[in-house]
Design a protein around this ligand. Structure first.
Ligand code: ZN
Ligand code: ZN
Ligand code: ZN
Length: 452
């Protein structure tokens, strides 16, 4: 076998670097880096209308695909032939199938029968790269692998015996959502006795109010979620946290000799000042008080007047923000969606439904996003990412108004997406605090600081 001839170095026709240019793109030799970038630009071929890498000229000198121009299909997945989702020699879909099959195979080969729904959930979705990324960053897949090989029981008990972590609770949610594990009856059932015990520590009047709030508002919501099969471990934890904060608030009122009915704005301000991290978790309770006529009009109090501080415990959230702002290996849509959730406390589901017309770019490039009612100016470098996302998804005049900006929720298992985006189950509550700040200065400052 003769060794492959080494190509002489030359100037890349695209980036100008002096390097070995291994591929011919549109009749010009380009370097490997440019080839890789070019391979990710598949678009509709004028000859066959398939989504292909248009690296060749057709008879009419239009860029067209290999098949339409009689060239070797060097950009195609070696398993299925598609060119729109490159992942090494394969496409993302085939790479993901291969990896998932290996991961979920039992000792006697073949996918573990109980984990079949997990396989189906993992391989579906228009963006296999996101799941492939999860494979490399999370410890969740290792746990799934151990379950497939029979080293771990596929049960809620397994998760209860494992250390509590975000990854574990996402995985548990995934197994529950796909029906591999039964719904969280047991965990939900444990909330009631826990609540009774908590209530017994409170003075009668307060215990009565908290009991009504907890049973009619918090628990009934969990029950509804259970009936719809959408109850998650995260939701139960968040519900417990809400109840605990409300109980603390009531204790605090007693210590200050204030009755719930007489509570005023300045009491809430004081509580918010003393309990920065917790004040926001009071929102459900205050909203409930307002609805039920308890404690007068407290609606104004749901927004603390003191600015919440970014505490040390928020550092890991910031590292996710940094990662999403600067790591070009993460898909752009995931970066933008993740940043919307982390910086603006938007629920993931709402971000996924966003349309291109919720983003405006004015003549001088000021970019705004309208999450619900009023437009918010996006700070750099987030604004650049958002504009790039608009270009990447391709704005077609007819489709733009209704097209979703992020077509990622449709079939991507939410727990996995949330983990890839680095979101804790209660992130929305915690970040609501930060979202009320003026972000344009804050992100910019923080960003320069970290890059120095
Ligand atoms: Zn190049
Ligand atoms: Zn073609
Ligand atoms: Zn393929």
């Amino acid at each position: 076998m003769s060794p492959r001839p080494r190509l002489p170095r030359q100037d890349c026709a695209h980036c100008g670097r002096h390097d070995r240019c291994t591929r011919i793109v549109l009749e010009k030799a380009v370097c490997q880096r440019c080839t890789l970038r070019f391979a990710r630009t598949a678009t509709a071929c004028p000859g066959c209308a398939n989504i292909r890498v248009l690296a060749f000229y057709d008879a009419a000198r239009r860029p067209a695909c290999a098949a339409c121009t009689g060239n070797e299909t060097v950009y195609a997945c070696t398993a299925c032939g598609r060119e729109d989702s490159p992942w090494g020699r394969l496409c993302g879909h085939c790479a993901l199938k291969e990896k998932t099959t290996v991961l979920l195979s039992g000792p006697d080969g073949g996918i573990h029968p109980r984990l079949r729904p997990v396989y189906d959930a993992l391989i579906c979705g228009p963006r296999p790269q996101t799941t492939l990324y999860w494979f490399t960053r999370s410890t969740g897949p290792a746990t799934l692998g151990a379950m497939a090989r029979g080293e771990l029981d596929i049960s809620h008990a397994t998760f209860e015996a494992m250390p509590a972590s975000r990854t574990n609770s996402y995985l548990r949610d995934l197994l529950t959502a796909t029906g591999v594990l039964p719904p969280f009856h047991a965990e939900l059932e444990r909330v009631s006795p826990w609540l009774e015990e908590l209530l017994s520590t409170l003075p009668a009047g307060q215990s009565e109010v908290l009991a009504r709030f907890a049973r009619w508002q918090v628990l009934s919501r969990l029950r509804r979620q259970e009936q719809h099969g959408t109850l998650t471990h995260g939701a139960i934890s968040a519900a417990r946290a809400t109840i605990v904060v409300t109980a603390r608030f009531m204790n605090w009122l007693t210590e200050h000799g204030t009755d719930l009915a007489d509570i005023e704005q300045r009491d809430l301000d004081r509580f918010a000042e003393e309990h920065r991290a917790r004040a926001l978790a009071l929102r459900p309770f205050l909203a409930w008080c307002a609805r039920t006529g308890l404690g007068g009009d407290l609606s104004a109090a749901t927004r603390p007047t003191t600015q919440p501080a970014v505490t040390l415990s928020d550092e890991d959230r910031w590292s996710h923000v940094q990662l999403l702002l600067h790591d070009d290996t993460i898909r752009l849509y995931a970066r933008v969606a993740g940043l919307f959730v982390l910086l603006y406390a938007q629920p993931l589901a709402r971000v996924c439904r966003m349309r291109a017309d919720q983003i405006t770019v004015d003549a001088v490039g000021v970019t705004t996003a309208t999450f619900d009612t009023f437009p918010v100016e996006l700070p750099g470098p987030l604004d650049r990412l958002v504009r790039a996302q608009l270009v990447e998804r391709g704005i077609q005049p007819m489709a733009a108004r209704n097209a979703a900006m992020f077509q990622l929720a449709a079939s991507m298992p939410t727990p996995i997406l949330a983990e890839v985006l680095g979101l804790a189950p209660n992130t929305a509550t915690r970040w609501a605090a930060l979202a009320s700040r003026d972000w344009s200065t804050y992100t910019a400052q923080r960003d320069t600081h970290l890059r120095r």
